[in-house]
Write a protein that binds this ligand. Structure first.
Ligand SMILES: CCCCCCCC/C=C\CCCCCCCC(=O)SCCNC(=O)CCNC(=O)[C@H](O)C(C)(C)COP(=O)(O)OP(=O)(O)OC[C@H]1O[C@@H](n2cnc3c(N)ncnc32)[C@H](O)[C@@H]1OP(=O)(O)O
Length: 157
């Protein structure tokens, strides 16, 4: 069986680092694009619409998760999210380029505290705070070992 912890992150042809689900498409399907430094351009695709013309809150959380990890991945190539909290301050329009500015608040050993702000023009639409962890070297193999030990589902489940 291939070692699930030995995968390396390769930039796509656009230079963007992509999660496993987006690698086949070569683009970030969440609509997150790194800009300069800790700035990111984010655009909510219309298929993530919640209310009319506005983003589903789950997309906003996912976009923050991606931005915050991508910011930390510049220093540490193995990250995982431990907690994420989002404040939804205003509805977020779909199909509009928004700006997100990330910030590393604290980094000590495996522990990271990070935050970000999503804006359109001068207005803040949402903010996020997260705790990240540097992944332990056996993170995925340990997960697979745990999963393999579970009973297989039956038709009654
Ligand atoms: C999705 C991955 C992407 C990879 C990146 C690739 C491409 C990058 C390219 C483009 C950039 C885009 C980037 C986007 C990235 C998105 C990031 C995510 O959304 S990550 C997904 C959501 N998060 C989780 O799935 C964490 C699940 N939680 C945990 O694994 C643990 O709770 C953890 C590591 C957060 C705990 O960290 P502690 O520092 O607080 O504590 P400790 O000592 O490590 O573990 C404590 C206990 O947690 C369990 N635990 C920890 N790790 C485990 C594991 N691997 N399997 C099973 N249980 C585990 C065990 O019970 C352990 O206790 P005992 O050591 O047994 O006493």
């Amino acid at each position: 069986m291939p070692d699930s912890d030995s995968f390396t992150i390769e930039p796509s042809s656009s230079g963007r680092m992509l999660c496993g689900g987006c690698v086949p498409d070569g683009v970030c399907r969440l609509g997150v694009e790194p800009r300069d430094g800790m700035w990111f351009d984010v655009t909510c695709p219309r298929h993530w619409q919640g209310g009319p013309g506005v983003a589903h809150g789950g997309w906003i959380a996912a976009a923050f998760d991606d931005v915050l990890n991508t910011a930390a991945l510049r220093t540490e190539p193995r990250m995982v999210t431990k907690s994420l909290s989002v404040e939804y301050l205003r509805p977020v329009p779909v199909d509009r380029k928004l700006a997100v500015l990330a910030r590393i608040e604290r980094h000590e050993g495996r522990e990271w505290t990070v935050s970000a702000r999503m804006t359109l023009g001068a207005d803040t639409l949402a903010t996020a705070h997260a705790e990240l962890r540097t992944r332990r070297p056996d993170h995925y193999s340990r997960h697979e070992h745990w999963l393999a030990g579970l009973p297989l589902p039956t038709n009654e489940n």
